[in-house]
Design a protein around this ligand. Structure first.
Ligand code: PAF
Length: 288
């Protein structure tokens, strides 16, 4: 891929005008929403988007409304210049990097909330989080007018919540999930991995190790979802710096709780390791 210097856009109306011109010229736009501090996981989504459209917009916006009061909004890594370089190497045409006031003008009071799907899994541990995600994603869609938007499967619940928002509001955007990218030892890539101490980093591997062990058992015929979840929990809790928030097996599409593995399901985990909240999941395909 040849290197393009992306155009950096900070204003919603400028991006909308650009999108209108691209659409009028018959070009297809893909959006990759991110909060920056881009790692290989994000870049894989940008490459996926590159193959799906004529123009790729990557947004870099640390969205305050999806952080709880005790979460890491202030210290969340911000590295715009390096991110633009990374996206340039992939041939992304536009980097949308708005200010908080641009996305949430003073006096703004409109939210978008998906109910039900957000009740379990990460929902109870991050009150208001998904409302912040759907609100910002809707605003990013409104700004970039994409034909297709790409989200990571690592944030599995987020992906399903965004799909539901698009379905319920009949938004004319195709949602594509990109596979989780992992470090060599299996740890799912995340901007928050940078917070881990060397010891925490080593213990964080337990999330992926537990999921892989459970998936191997499922592939060998184990059908008891509760048993598999318990196995993952025990594997993670062997690590002194790790505290499990949840391990759950849910229907891969509806996120309904699953007791027996008789359909495609997702085995999802959240744990705090060394003070850093990490999530991961594996899809358990239906096996005969
Ligand atoms: O997955 C993320 O990085 C964020 O939740 C998103 C989708 C960019 C919305 O802020």
């Amino acid at each position: 891929m040849s290197r393009t210097e992306p155009r950096i856009v900070e204003r919603v109306d400028e991006l909308q005008r650009w999108a209108d011109r691209e659409r009028a010229a018959g070009r297809r736009i893909a959006l990759v929403p991110t909060m920056g501090a881009l790692h290989e996981g994000h870049l894989s989504l940008a490459r996926l988007a590159r193959g799906l459209a004529d123009r790729v917009v990557a947004s870099i916006f640390v969205n305050p409304t999806q952080f709880g009061p005790t979460e890491d909004l202030e210290c969340y890594p911000r590295e715009l210049d390096a991110d633009v370089e990374r996206l340039a190497a992939i041939g992304v045409e536009v980097v949308f990097a708005p200010s908080v006031e641009e996305i949430y003008p003073p006096g703004d009071s409109t939210w978008i909330e998906v109910e039900g799907l957000t009740d379990g899994m990460c929902g109870p541990f991050r009150p208001g989080h998904f409302r912040g995600v759907t609100t910002v994603v809707a605003r990013l869609f409104h700004a970039a007018k994409p034909h297709v938007a790409v989200f990571g499967e690592k944030d599995y619940q987020q992906l399903q919540v965004v799909r539901r928002m698009v379905r319920d509001l009949r938004l004319d955007v195709e949602i594509v999930g990109g596979p989780t990218v992992r470090e060599a030892d299996g740890l799912a890539m995340s901007s928050r991995n940078a917070y881990l101490s060397p010891e925490g980093r080593s213990q964080a591997r337990a999330l992926c190790a537990g999921l892989l062990e459970a998936r191997a058992l499922a592939q060998a015929g184990e059908r008891d979802a509760g048993y598999l979840a318990e196995l993952v929990r025990e594997r993670i809790e062997k690590e002194p710096l790790a505290e499990v928030q949840y391990v759950e097996v849910r229907d891969a599409a509806t996120l309904e709780p699953v007791e027996r593995l008789n359909r495609r399901a997702v085995l999802a985990v959240a744990a705090v390791v060394d003070g850093t909240r990490l999530i991961d999941n594996l899809v358990l395909e239906e096996t005969p």
